[in-house]
Design a protein around this ligand. Structure first.
Ligand code: AHR
Length: 523
């Protein structure tokens, strides 16, 4: 029988801003220990990267409104979006695609006169090219993020890409450097990440792994960085899902190169959470508990998938020089009813907040190989951080998870031990608890705890080895319903609430609300 009691108990003082009444857990507390005497890999901040493609209203409307817009903007870039993105410390933004990257010709988007083109990747709409290289770099500057530029392999040439990187990064007085200066930016841009194509096995040209490897050799050799202040890491196209033949061929090509010929620092992996295959048909809202469990069960396949691909990489790269870059991930549902077919618009619920935390934890546990990831996509597309409609803007539950996880950026992974328990719905068994810990760059110990069970709160009895925790303070994100969303009329339906606990004898009991994500700092 479910008991109801007030949150404060003899052992702890737990304060949730609202509600103050918390249902007692019907299940026993889970003991969790954080071993602060051990240190794992650095959780690279680029694991929290974003992706902004010329797709739907992801760029036009979501970022770019133009300098003459009544929507408050700085040089055409909306101020509300910039402020929101600064708060989550976006480390990098992958641009201009996606599939669009293999249709993009950079000269259409520089200088005073832009060439409008049809966006043949997404919706057949006109792309004005008003948002081009200069605007992208300005946007990055405004939010404090690094560039991750994907060059066109599918319908471009090695020379076109080589010219673009020279245009962006040259500091000596070459013709392209001078053209950039005439376009308003004498100083070279920094391009720390360069993607060599996108999904070359599919929308990027339906290449075989051997055909792509030929391209990788050429782009890797001839597309160069000229900005000595900012080394460039080149990222090759990796597999979609569990195709290990692709991974094997790309990694073998890399391994067999001559030292001076070319190099890559990363290989991508694309894997979306799509329940029961393509085309995505799960609704983003209006689902039941089974729909919640199905999607979370699906998303947890990311861990074994990374392990499978990493094992192939290990064959050629046991020292893990080449990062696995999960530069497209997230939930992909049926489009929002009534929205444009090619715009990939979808709402974002508490289920997606839990899904985001589970994936970030998966990446953090594998931080020795996964040093970058980019959720798809930043604004108005797929599992977005932000939704906009004209002047209106709302932050999604996924945004709040990224905000809560800021202390994990560049933190050092610390092992945690716990028995995850289980929550099962229909044929889908899930862990009840998912947790990671890390030592932040602030020197503090941070703990993330996700209660997957949508019906029960969960008590976690946390203790730390090598450290006497007296209190835990932080935030918890939960919602009244599994599919609660933030919309323009209810922008704060899902927002983090404060949570804290005080401990006795070094142990702290935290009561996690159902279907919640909690991040606390241990003191
Ligand atoms: O994110 C949407 C699309 O999904 C990207 O353009 C493509 O790379 C992937 O198939």
């Amino acid at each position: 029988m479910t008991k109801i009691f007030f949150a404060a108990t003899s052992m702890l003082a737990l304060t949730l801003a609202a509600p103050t009444l918390v249902k007692a857990a019907d299940t026993p507390a889970i003991a969790l220990s954080v071993d602060t005497t051990q240190a794992g890999a650095r959780i690279d901040r680029h694991i929290f990267g974003q992706f902004a493609e010329h797709l739907g209203t992801g760029v036009y409307g979501g970022i770019w409104v133009g300098p003459d817009s009544p929507i408050p903007n700085t040089r055409g870039i909306r101020n509300d979006v910039v402020a929101a993105l600064k708060a989550i410390k976006v480390p990098d933004v992958r641009w201009p695609g996606g599939c669009y990257a293999d249709n993009y010709h950079w000269r259409d988007g520089i200088g005073p006169k832009r060439n409008a083109r049809v966006n043949t990747s997404w919706g057949g709409v006109i792309d004005s090219n008003d948002f081009g290289t200069e605007e992208y770099m300005d946007f990055l500057d405004q939010i404090g993020a690094d560039a991750y530029v994907s060059v066109n392999v599918g319908s471009g040439t090695v020379k076109e890409a080589a010219d673009w990187t020279e245009y962006m990064t040259a500091s000596q007085p070459t013709a392209l450097e001078q053209e950039r200066a005439q376009n308003g930016h004498p100083a070279p841009y920094k391009v720390p990440f360069l993607g060599i194509g996108n999904e070359s096995w599919d929308c990027g040209g339906l290449m075989t792994p051997e055909e792509y490897s030929d391209q990788m050799r050429l782009y890797g050799r001839f597309v160069n960085n000229f900005n000595a202040d900012a080394p460039m890491q080149k990222i090759a196209v990796g597999p979609g899902g569990d195709d290990t033949t692709w991974t094997d061929t790309v990694m073998k090509t890399w391994k067999e190169r001559h030292g001076w010929s070319f190099d890559i620092s990363g290989m991508s992996l694309h894997s979306y959470t799509v329940f029961e295959g393509w085309p995505p048909h799960m609704a983003a809202t209006g689902f039941d508990e089974q729909g919640y469990a199905n999607v979370l069960g699906e998303t947890l396949k990311m861990g074994p998938l990374i392990d499978k691909q990493s094992a192939v990489m290990d064959k050629y790269d046991p020292d893990k020089k080449v990062s696995l870059v999960v530069d497209e991930w997230g939930a992909w549902y049926a489009k929002t009813p009534g929205s444009h077919d090619g715009f990939l618009a979808q709402q974002n619920s508490q289920r997606d907040a839990v899904l985001a935390a589970l994936n970030l934890n998966i990446f953090a546990r594998r931080a020795d190989r996964v040093r970058m990831a980019n959720i798809a996509q930043m604004i108005n597309v797929l599992q977005a951080m932000i939704l906009t409609d004209g002047p209106k803007m709302v932050l999604t539950p996924t945004y709040h998870v990224f905000h809560m996880y800021v202390p994990f950026q560049d933190a050092t992974f610390i092992p945690v031990k716990y028995d995850a328990g289980s929550y099962t719905k229909g044929a889908v068994p899930l862990p009840r608890l998912d947790a990671i810990a890390a030592k932040g760059t602030d020197g503090k110990i941070w703990l993330s705890l996700t209660n997957l069970d949508p019906n029960q709160p969960l008590e976690v009895d946390a203790s730390a080895l090598g450290f006497k925790a007296k209190s835990a303070t932080g935030q918890t994100l939960t919602a009244p319903k599994l599919d609660t969303v933030n919309d323009f009329d209810h922008p704060d339906a899902v927002t983090p609430k404060p949570i804290s606990a005080t401990g006795k004898n070094g142990a702290l009991v935290l009561k996690l609300p159902p279907e919640s994500v909690t991040v606390v700092e241990l003191d």
